[in-house]
Design a protein around this ligand. Structure first.
Ligand SMILES: *Cc1c(COP(=O)(O)O)cnc(C)c1O
Length: 371
């Protein structure tokens, strides 16, 4: 069974970057010759194109995904004394965005079926201080937005999408980014739409919010050297915006291949020890991560690594057990669903450029595990 020749990385941007290398070089020369690197034509065009891609009215580029979420919260006036509900299984940026406004992150359990926030567990977390809920479209799968809109509307809360893992995903025929009040995106190189460095964006249909986010990310300035807010420096530069425009034009093709690989995995993996990911009814995941679960996760990981297969865990420590948040006073057992996912989740290789043969090999290795 062991195929010494087959080496499959967990992820790779190589095939994408090979396809666009000439366009990237031409674009670099163009921007370089213009000598205009911040807040120019490339950013304006990217913002227009990405808003339209997300079927939304406005897009504001910023420095990274963490800032995108933080700027949304700040623009809504959320800060000290407020609470924001978010899932206990996410990347730490979702919680830090809340903390950096001065507000308190309130963790809620994920659903063990689709790994997004459990919509039945939100109402019990709402207090008089609650101002917003952040829904994370984890692993590329949209959260259950209809149920979330129902509960946030009932209590007059803002609903924010953390769409850092879900560029191009669909929820009941509609794109992520336009499903709630506002959405934060990351263009970290490893995301489905990644820059050649850091980058992020806020997407919204709310003009007032878009204008305020734009000012907040540019030193709180609405007009040169006039500062209406104490803002941040968080901008998407011309080079990254230009590169992102090239990659955005390919995103649907790249996401389609990710979905093909996910389907091949789902068709081929047959092992009673393994739980496969499930797509929500009427939704399309973009499979940022192909997350399986297994009680013998650590020995499965070793088994796959020994057979040349790269793997990862998303995420090994849930939010409430992170050392950085020990002051919040949580313990093991406080969020059993998040802990269950952290203890059993394993991420399989999935990237544009991965062949059917490679995918089948990974599936075969998983099927032979424990047999
Ligand atoms: C990557 C990521 C972020 C943060 O994005 P950065 O650009 O790295 O700041 C936020 N939330 C989630 C769910 C992410 O995966």
């Amino acid at each position: 069974m062991t195929d010494k020749g087959m080496q499959i990385p967990f992820a790779s941007v190589e095939a994408m970057h090979q396809e666009i290398q000439n366009e990237i070089r031409v674009k670099f020369e163009e921007v370089y010759r213009k000598n205009w690197f911040i807040q120019g034509e490339e950013l304006r065009k990217f913002e227009e194109e990405f808003a339209s891609y997300c079927e939304s009215a406005f897009c504001v580029g910023c420095g990274n995904g963490l800032d995108a979420l933080m700027l949304i919260l700040k623009a809504y006036g959320i800060g000290a004394g407020d609470e924001v509900i978010l899932p206990s299984n996410t990347f730490i940026a979702t919680a830090l965005a809340v903390i950096y406004t001065g507000a308190v992150p309130v963790f809620a359990e994920p659903d063990l079926f689709d790994y997004t926030i459990d919509t039945d567990k939100i109402e019990e977390k709402i207090t008089a201080r609650t101002k917003a809920v952040i829904a994370v479209h984890l692993y590329g799968q949209p959260a259950d937005m209809d149920a979330l809109l129902a509960v946030t509307k009932k209590y007059g809360l803002k609903l924010i999408e953390d769409a850092a893992q879900a560029h191009g995903a669909y929820y009941k025929g509609r794109k992520t980014g336009g499903l709630a009040d506002a959405a934060g995106f990351s263009f970290y190189p490893g995301k489905n739409l990644g820059a050649l460095g850091d980058g992020g964006a806020v997407v919204t249909n709310d003009k007032i919010l878009a204008d305020k986010v734009r000012a907040l990310g540019n030193y709180g300035s609405d007009y040169k050297y006039h500062h209406i807010y104490q803002g941040n420096n968080s901008r998407l530069d011309e080079l990254q915006a230009a590169f992102l425009r090239i990659k955005l034009s390919r995103l649907d093709v790249w996401n389609k291949r990710r979905r093909e690989i996910a389907k091949l995995y789902t068709d081929r993996i047959q092992n009673p020890l393994i739980t496969l990911p499930v797509e929500r009814q009427a939704c399309e995941s973009v499979y940022h991560i192909f997350a399986i679960r297994c009680r013998q996760r650590d020995s499965l990981e070793k088994y796959l690594n020994e057979r040349g297969i790269g793997t990862n865990k998303h995420y090994p420590v849930p939010m409430h057990l992170q050392n950085a948040f020990r002051h919040l006073g949580f313990h093991r057992g406080d969020f059993p669903a998040a802990e269950e996912i952290s203890d059993t989740e394993l991420s399989l290789p999935l990237f544009y450029g991965m062949t059917d043969q490679q995918t089948e090999y990974v599936a075969e290795c998983i099927n032979s595990f424990g047999a």
